[in-house]
Ligand binder design. Sequence first.
Ligand code: F6R
Length: 363
Amino acid sequence: EKGNYRHFMEKEIHEQPEVIARTLTHYVDPFRLVVRPFESIDFKQYDRILIVACGTAGYAGQVAGYWIEQIAGMPVRNEVASEFRYRDPAVSKRDLALFISQSGETADTLAAMRFCKDRGLTTAVVVNAAHSTMAREADIALPTLAGPEIGVASTKAFTCQLAALAMIAINAGRARGHIDANREKELVTGLLEAPRDVSKALEMEDEAKRIAGELTQSRSVLYLGRGVYYPLAQEGALKLKEISYLHAEAYAAGELKHGPIALIEENLPVVVVAPHDHLWDKTMSTMQEVAARGARVILVTDSAGLAACDVKREDVILLPDCAPIASPIVAAVAIQLLAYHAAVYKGTDVDQPRNLAKSVTVE
Ligand code: F6R
C-alpha cells in the first residue's frame, strides 16, 4: 500500500529513518553503546574480506570497503558478481566472503556465493529478504530490516545495507583490536543518530525537487565524489539513469583530469557529493576546474562544506551535520530525491522503469 505517496519509491525513501533505526537496533546494544558480537564470525581468523554484489548493493559494498580498511585495518576486495564468477578468481580459505543482496535471489551474486562455498570459504550475506535463497545458503545471514522493497530502484535497502555494513566494520575493528572502546562508542553513537539525520535530510525535498526539474533540461549529468562519496556518486548516477532515463556518469573526482574533463562544457550539470571531510580541499580543486569550464555545479554538502566553499556553484543541497560514519547514509537521501523528482518531472514509470526487473534471477 502506497498510503499518501504517489509511488512506492517515494514511500520507501520516506521510510528510511524508521527502517534504518530498526536495522541498527538489531545489531547494537543500546545501553552499552557497543555492537553485539557476531558469535559466528571470528574476524581474527581472516586475512581479507571479499565483498561481492551487483548494482546498488555493490556500491554499498564499496562504501563498506573504505570503512573496513579504516576501522578494522583489514584488506578488502570489492567484486562485481558477474565478473567474479566467470573469472576463475584466486581466493583463499582465509578470505571471508561477504555478499550483499536486497532480494537474496540475484543470479550472479548467488552463483558467486556457491563458487566460494565450493572452495571452502566462509560465506556471509547482508540480505533483506529473510527467506531468500542466499539467506538460506550462506553460512551466516546478517539481516537488513528494510521491510519489503517494491520500487524497482533500491533506496531503503541501500541505506539499511550501509547501516549493517558499518556494524560489520565496527565488529571487525574491535575483534582485531584496531579500535578501542571509546572509538567504538563514538562510532555507535554517530550511527544511532543516523535515523534523525536522515529525517532532517528529507526536509530538503523541495530544494531537491527544484534542482531535479533543472536536471531534466540537460541530456547528461556528471556525478563526482571522493573516498566514501565516490560510491555515492556512482549510486547517484545509477539511480538517475534507471528511473529518469537521463544519461549520467560518475567519476572519482581525482580521475577527472585523466579523461572525463574533456566532457565538461558550458551548462553541463555536475553533482558533486562532498560533505566536509579530510578530502575536502581536493574535491574543492576539482570543483574549481569544472566550474571554470562553465559547468553548473550542484554541491551536496554539509554546513562545514558550505562555509569552506569558495567556488561558484549553481545550487546547494545542504545536508544536516552528522557524524562522519553516518554521512554516506545521509548523502544517499539527497541523490535519491534528485533521481526521484527528475523521474517524476519526466513522467516515467518510477516504480517500474522500462527494461528492468526488481530481482535479476537470470543472467
Ligand atoms: C538499482 C537496483 C539494482 C540492484 C541489483 C542487485 O536501483 O536496485 O542495481 O541493486 O540488481 O539486487 P539485489 O540487491 O537484490 O541482489
